[in-house]
Design a binder for this molecule. Structure first.
Ligand SMILES: NC(=O)C1=CN([C@@H]2O[C@H](COP(=O)(O)OP(=O)(O)OC[C@H]3O[C@@H](n4cnc5c(N)ncnc54)[C@H](O)[C@@H]3O)[C@@H](O)[C@H]2O)C=CC1
Ligand SMILES: O=C(O)C(=O)Cc1ccc(O)cc1
Length: 365
């Protein structure tokens, strides 16, 4: 049987991660790729991820069963007229862009809808580039598919199977549903993170006390403010209507919060925090998605030298791998607890058993 060939245009964080996942789960597939920076292609060949490094507009893209457009949205769109001349009828053409409307409109205009299924892995980070890509970035993440109206069920079925086979969770939406949903859960948070950082920059004194003491909560909520300004500029320019609509709702809630503070409305303030806490806590019950399930436990430790090492030793003697370990101070655990994160549920269960057996006080959230 002929081998499956997968092509990548753009091999950065997302393209690289999908290519690495395909290599991991389908070692027999042929992967061809074009990237503007040729050093990246050399690295990917050296890593055994890419079989055939390609030039721009390389005729070998005609071999592909799937083509992933993983460069910037404008370049992905720029490639479409050329790809139209090259791809074979059975080829599934897809992209990974954070906004879907613009590419769908272009695909329809060029009469390429028969081949196109938009894609968006709901995973990533504030880092960019192939060097930050991993074979597990999209594992357990929702992978949204936005099939064109004209694409056949056979292609949707095949692509859904590929996404599942590399460990992601396919979810089919229309491109407009996608653009509204991501405006709320992805685009708005990036705007909020940027605004929060900018408000501190504006209010801080020359001594930068705010910046110095910014605590865990501030850092958690603003991590994504370190993302690529160019990428987020493009996303806001491509999805203005939906983003503006969710911003309206957000501004309404912020104005309401200010009113509650100004009025010293104790009940209103309590309700605001308790409603959000209850809803946010329910997110962890979802098995996967952009907010990964946290396989963590919280353990009281005595404040003496070696107590963390003792716990680490107990776990390692039982072959339980630790993903992350550190002391956590917050309002819930005022005196500090040890937060230990594991890679999977099984490791968490075993750790609970071992530590409880040795009389450690454990909290789960
Ligand atoms: N960064 C993230 O967390 C996520 C990003 N996305 C989407 O994925 C797409 C790619 O983003 P990343 O992988 O994060 O960016 P990246 O910057 O890591 O990768 C983009 C790659 O495309 C290449 N490229 C850029 N312009 C090119 C051109 N004119 N010709 C050829 N190659 C070119 C770059 O050399 C780079 O290797 C974006 O459209 C973004 O919306 C989707 C999900 C998550
Ligand atoms: O770093 C994070 O948590 C992100 O939010 C990553 C991200 C960036 C862009 C997307 O379209 C999807 C996910």
């Amino acid at each position: 049987m002929e081998t499956t060939t997968i092509g990548f245009i753009g091999l950065g964080l997302i393209g690289g991660s999908i290519a690495k996942a395909i290599r991991k789960f389908h070692p027999d597939y042929q992967i061809i790729a074009y990237n503007r920076t040729t050093d990246t292609l050399k690295d990917a060949v050296f890593d055994g991820i890419v079989d055939i490094p390609c030039n721009e507009h390389d005729p070998r893209f005609a071999l592909c069963d799937y083509i992933f457009l993983c460069a910037t949205v404008d370049y992905n769109i720029e490639c479409l007229p050329w790809l139209k001349q090259v791809i074979r009828p059975g080829c599934i053409l897809t992209d990974v862009g954070s906004v879907k409307g613009e590419i769908h409109r272009k695909v329809t205009e060029l009469d390429m809808a028969y081949n196109f299924i938009g894609g968006h892995p709901m995973a990533g980070s504030e880092h960019m580039g192939y060097e930050h890509s991993t074979d597990h970035l999209i594992e357990n993440a929702y992978y949204i598919l936005t099939p064109s109206e004209e694409v056949g069920l056979d292609k949707i079925g095949k692509y859904t199977e590929l996404v599942t086979s590399i460990g992601a969770l396919p979810m089919i939406l229309t491109w407009d549903e996608h653009d509204f949903i991501t405006a709320a859960v992805s685009h708005l948070p990036h705007i909020v993170a940027a605004s929060l950082v900018n408000v501190v920059k504006k209010l801080d004194s020359p001594l930068e006390h705010m910046k110095t003491i910014a605590a865990g909560g501030f850092k958690d909520i603003t991590r994504i403010a370190s993302s690529s300004p160019h990428m987020w500029q493009q996303i806001c320019l491509e999805n203005p209507e939906h983003i503006s609509k969710v911003l309206d709702e957000y501004i309404r809630l912020i104005v309401q919060a200010k009113y509650l503070v100004d009025q010293k409305d104790a009940n209103g303030l309590y309700d605001m925090f308790s409603q959000s806490k209850e809803y946010r806590n329910s997110f962890n019950d979802v098995p996967s998605g952009p907010i990964k399930k946290d396989f963590a436990l919280y353990c009281d430790i005595i404040d003496e030298t070696g107590s963390i090492a003792t716990i680490a030793t107990i776990l390692s003697m039982n072959n339980i791998s630790i993903k992350n370990i550190g002391i956590l101070h917050n309002r819930e655990f005022e005196d500090g607890v040890l937060k230990i994160e594991f890679y999977d549920e099984d490791a968490l269960k075993q750790a609970l058993e071992q530590l409880t057996k040795r009389n450690y006080k454990i909290y789960e959230r």
